[in-house]
Design a protein around this ligand. Structure first.
Ligand code: NIG
Ligand code: FE
Length: 427
């Protein structure tokens, strides 16, 4: 008999997502156990399987009856820009009147608008504006998230965003993985001098951020560096300079690629062994083939074209056919996608990326964990892993994706502790 702190039992459907990240056509394997149970000790899973089997092996101090419910891993959101100040509601209106996202950016708005607001904010304000977003994400089932800097674009303001992330990571209960994104836009003071800004990034900003890597390593968390590789942002050559320097300094790598134009950012990501290439709307065929061969996770962000009212989405079926590892993320940011709800992302992915609910769930759990290199810790319900799990108000996993805009999560458990108990959905 194994002593445990909590036994979640009798789940109509337990989705273990066991077996590691899924490549290509394996994506939809949920590891479904009917009448399933999960036993937790000291924040970690000690058993997961049929209720009768688990019960026979453990003695539990507390029990949670999940009868008629789905139990699955907490969502991992591997791409957010969650730390910023202010909002861009005025640009939303301008876009509805016909201005494009990149036109607003070229005119000094867009990302630079949030940069001005974020530079003016102190650390306390940044933390205070970000914390409620993370709480809402948690309430919708996101137990692990990545969050990027990129609204500072100068030394002090970029480091302040990292400080805010460090403070919020320490507060928890979420697991928060930081990404340094100083090459998110060419700041106004470097207009027309992108290479000079890349010099600053490579010579000053990256080394300063790298000095904090040991603090994150002490929490067993990786730190990534990302680049917006796009017409109007950074070329492939500039992205390569940033990423190679970052790699040499010890950062993991990510790339914003092919959001509006297929420049070759995805091929660069695969070549450099990046953890992920993200957006991938206009990805060239050869780069899709490269994803099928390489170790880089393809992260689709369907909230972004939806937020921009565009009709092209990540060609998920091609990525799956090529044998790629597909993940989903929210892209939470004030410009294109203020969406804190991964359930909504799944619903969009089912409709516009043509994923089945089971594929979308795997893409938002175990494969998303791989995109932040935490697949050994989170993203599935297997002995040894963190006990991050969701109890849905419903008994059929296909309700995820099918219903949208609301919250089917009833209970959120992070590291074995109930951290959110939502009002019953009456489902
Ligand atoms: O991933 N495209 C670049 N970055 C974000 C948008 C950031 C913003 O507009 O504030 C994205 O969509
Ligand atoms: Fe993004």
């Amino acid at each position: 008999m194994v002593e445990c702190d909590l036994l979640i039992h009798s789940a109509a459907q337990l989705l273990t997502l066991a077996g590691g990240p899924r490549r290509g056509a394996q994506l939809g394997a949920l590891g479904l156990v009917a009448d399933g149970a999960v036993a937790v000790r000291a924040g970690r899973i000690v058993r997961a399987g049929p209720t009768a089997e688990v019960r026979a092996q453990v003695r539990a101090r507390a029990e949670l009856d999940a009868r008629g419910r789905v139990v699955l891993p907490g969502f991992v959101d591997p791409h957010t820009h969650a730390v910023w100040a202010g909002d861009r509601a005025h640009e939303f209106e301008q876009r509805l009147a016909g201005a494009t996202y990149m036109e607003l950016m070229a005119a000094g708005g867009g990302i630079m608008s949030t940069v001005r607001q974020t530079r003016a904010a102190g650390l306390d304000q940044l933390v205070a504006e970000t914390r409620p977003r993370l709480r809402r994400m948690l309430a919708h089932g996101t137990t692990t998230l990545e969050a990027k800097t990129g609204y500072g674009l100068e030394l002090d303001a970029e480091l302040r965003q990292l400080d805010a992330l460090e403070q919020l990571a320490a507060e928890g209960p979420w697991t928060l993985v930081p990404t340094f994104l100083p090459a998110h836009a060419v700041p106004a003071e470097y207009a027309g001098r992108a290479d000079a800004y890349v010099d600053l990034v490579v010579d000053t900003l990256l080394p300063a951020a790298a000095a904090r890597l040991p603090r994150w390593a002490a929490r067993n968390l990786p730190v990534f560096c990302d680049v917006f590789c796009e017409d109007g942002a950074f070329t492939v050559a500039q992205a390569r300079r940033v990423l190679e320097r970052a790699r040499d300094l010890g950062f993991g790598l990510k790339v914003h690629a092919d959001e509006f134009v297929g420049l070759g950012g995805t091929a660069l990501a695969v070549e450099l062994g990046a953890a992920s290439a993200d957006h991938l709307v206009y990805t060239p065929e050869a780069d899709i083939a490269a994803l099928g061969q390489g170790a880089t996770v393809a992260v689709g962000l369907p909230g972004t074209p939806f937020g921009l009212a565009q009709s092209d989405y990540t060609p998920a079926q091609k990525i799956i056919a090529a044998g790629g590892v597909l993940a989903l993320a929210s892209d939470l940011n004030p410009g294109t996608t203020w969406c804190e709800n991964m359930q909504m992302v799944l619903a969009l992915a089912c409709r516009y990326m043509k994923l089945t609910p089971s594929q979308a769930i795997a893409a938002a759990t175990i494969n998303a964990a791989r995109a932040v290199r935490l697949e050994a810790e989170v993203g599935s319900l297997e002995p040894g892993k963190q006990a991050d799990l969701l109890v849905l108000a419903v008994g059929d996993y296909r309700q995820l994706g099918y219903r949208y805009g609301g919250n089917l999560v009833q209970t959120v458990i992070k590291a074995g502790r109930v951290v959110v108990e939502n009002a019953p959905a009456g489902a």
